[in-house]
Design a binder for this molecule. Structure first.
Ligand code: ADP
Ligand code: MN
Length: 556
């Protein structure tokens, strides 16, 4: 027979899965209601806390040094302060100082913002005061704890003698001064506090310490150390920020020198305003700008500013394009100054664009040239640059049209301008108003350049490949295109074609001669336009109140 379950005692302590429950000690209602007992307990508590306060500050009860607090938890501190009549937010000198600093910095930043706003108003060139703002990004620096040592303040300037209250004390070897009851240690809290407050005034001028000249301000050591640490890291951060900005702008080819050039162009009203970057290529950065009001210069409403990079790395392998060009003397390259070499590229692009303009090529027109900064007309509208051929989604009709236009352009380049683009591809052809436009001609070479035809063949390869890929039917082979452009009859294919072409170039002296003749016929036109471009340049320079002589002020 199954045993009857034992009756559960409703009053016995049940076994809890969470562990043993504590027994609650019963007390009588009398005790709970006893005022006498309540006041006794409160007194006990107060005594306990008063004792702690005594330990905190035996001599100077008004200085609270949380570093030496015997109580561990924040709760304890808050309890003590509740009795002392203070709120927990202000329990720490450090916190008070930080809060005041924060408030001060906030006001300072707002004031700077207002100043900048007022200054910029409707100006074309705006200034920013953000570098003068105080930022509060807490940056912990590792291993800096040693720095917090009170004695490691040798970097601070010496305190001026007559102001130093604490210096009137002469301490003996043991660090003591005074006699009997008035004996004082050099570590005396009040003395150290005053000393610290005074040292704050000696921090770098950009540290916003406020003015505490007339106050008896005392700062505990740990507060002082934190402030000093903050002043140092703040400085480091500021410098880091500056370095970063300089590098960033150099990356976009707008170093301080270039910026000054741009300012001058705006001030001289050649440009109205510079709106932003269009492209930041390896060799140049291109910006969009609105044309200025300079009446005599017939300014276009929109401009493109091409800024050639002032770092030479990318240009090292491009000397080939200039070396064989009769327009650029060898002397230009003897000048080893990198900035001067860069300038040659801007000049070369200017010369090429001017020559192309003469033959009505669809290309930008030069507006101004200053050192390595070239201002030209903008291909596009409302700040939107025309897309490169590679980015256009053509319909069948348009791509066929673009192909035919490109071939016409290549022929004109060769026949009339006597130039080879030498970097012709879907990247340097823009599509605007149903027309193909040629840009980026800094590396374009004269036909007399020893490698001109090699460059031309490469251009043909690029162009044929692109249009074939884009679905144009019956695209010419690069060799066919080359023969059509040059009116030569070179046989072969690929590398074979190249070597045949070189031989052909040498052997057909008549062809070369004819080319020379044609070149000489065009020479007049070129020289005329070269002179014209130089005159324009002079005009532009005088407009920005610069002469060619001060172009060299920075060359050494
Ligand atoms: P890079 O040597 O960097 O290729 P480019 O002369 O090709 O220099 O210019 C880079 C880009 O800037 C071009 O691909 C084009 O998008 C834009 N750009 C250059 N010149 C103009 C211009 N005159 N109008 C509009 N966009 C331009
Ligand atoms: Mn380009």
């Amino acid at each position: 027979m199954p045993q009857e379950p034992k009756p559960v005692n409703a009053w016995s302590t049940p076994k809890s899965p969470w562990g043993q429950q504590k027994k609650v000690e019963a007390c009588s209602l009398n005790d709970v209601m006893s005022e006498e007992l309540a006041s006794h307990l409160q007194k006990q508590q107060e005594n306990k806390l008063a004792k702690r306060l005594e330990i905190l500050a035996p001599a100077e009860p008004q200085i609270v040094q949380p570093e030496t607090l015997p109580c561990e938890t924040e709760e304890d501190i808050n309890a003590i302060l509740a009795i002392a009549g203070e709120t927990p937010e202000t329990c720490d000198d450090m916190k008070i100082a930080q809060m005041l600093q924060l408030q001060f910095d906030r006001e300072h930043n707002t004031m700077l913002e207002k100043q900048a706003e007022k200054f910029n108003n409707h100006s074309k060139v705006s200034i920013s005061l953000k570098n003068f703002k105080v930022s509060h990004t807490p940056k912990e620096e590792d291993g800096d704890e040693d720095d917090d040592d009170e004695d490691s303040d040798d970097a601070l300037p010496e305190v001026v003698e007559h102001k130093s209250q604490w210096r009137k004390y002469q301490f003996n070897k043991g660090g003591l001064t005074g006699h009997g009851k008035d004996v004082m240690s050099k570590h005396d809290a009040v003395l150290c506090g005053r000393k610290n407050a005074e040292k704050i005034m000696q921090f770098p001028p950009d540290f916003l310490s406020g003015d505490a000249e007339k106050m008896d301000l005392r700062l505990p050591n740990h507060v002082f150390n934190k402030l000093r640490h903050y002043s140092r890291t703040g400085n480091k951060q500021f410098n880091r920020l500056h370095e970063k900005q300089e590098n960033a702008t150099a990356e976009h080819a707008v170093d301080p020198r270039t910026r000054i050039l741009l300012f001058k162009l705006v001030n001289a009203e050649i440009l109205e305003s510079i709106t932003g970057a269009i492209s930041g290529g390896k060799e140049a950065a291109v910006f969009h700008a609105y044309g200025g009001k300079l009446e005599e210069a017939d300014m276009p409403s929109e401009c493109a500013i091409k800024i050639f990079k002032t770092t030479l790395n990318e240009f090292k392998n491009r000397q080939d394009y200039i070396k064989g060009d009769h327009r650029f003397s060898k002397d230009d390259f003897k000048k080893q100054n990198p900035r001067k070499t860069i300038r040659i590229w801007a000049e070369k692009e200017t010369a090429n664009l001017n020559r192309m303009r003469k033959f009505d090529m669809p290309s930008p027109r030069v507006v101004a040239l200053k050192k390595h900064v070239l201002v030209m007309t903008f291909i596009g509208e409302n700040g939107q640059p025309a897309p490169k051929l590679k980015d256009v989604r053509f319909n069948t009709e348009d791509i066929q049209d673009a192909y035919e236009q490109t071939i016409t352009i290549m022929k004109k380049f060769q026949d009339e301008c006597c130039l080879v683009h030498a970097d012709l591809s879907e990247f340097n052809l823009l599509w605007h108003d149903g027309k193909v436009w040629v840009i980026d001609v800094s590396q374009a070479v004269d036909l007399t350049h020893p490698k001109a035809f090699e460059f031309l063949f490469r251009d043909c390869q690029n162009i044929c490949k692109f249009f074939d890929k884009s679905g144009v039917v019956n695209v010419l082979q690069p060799e066919e295109l080359f023969n059509e452009i040059t009116a030569w009859d070179v046989k072969g294919h690929g590398a074979d074609f190249l070597s045949q072409m070189r031989r052909y170039e040498k052997e057909t002296s008549e062809a070369n001669l004819a080319l020379e003749n044609r070149y000489h016929k065009k020479q007049y036109a070129f020289d005329f336009y070269w002179d014209l471009s130089q005159q324009q340049r002079e005009k532009a320079l005088s407009a920005v109140q610069l002469s060619d002589s001060d172009q060299d002020e920075d060359e050494s």
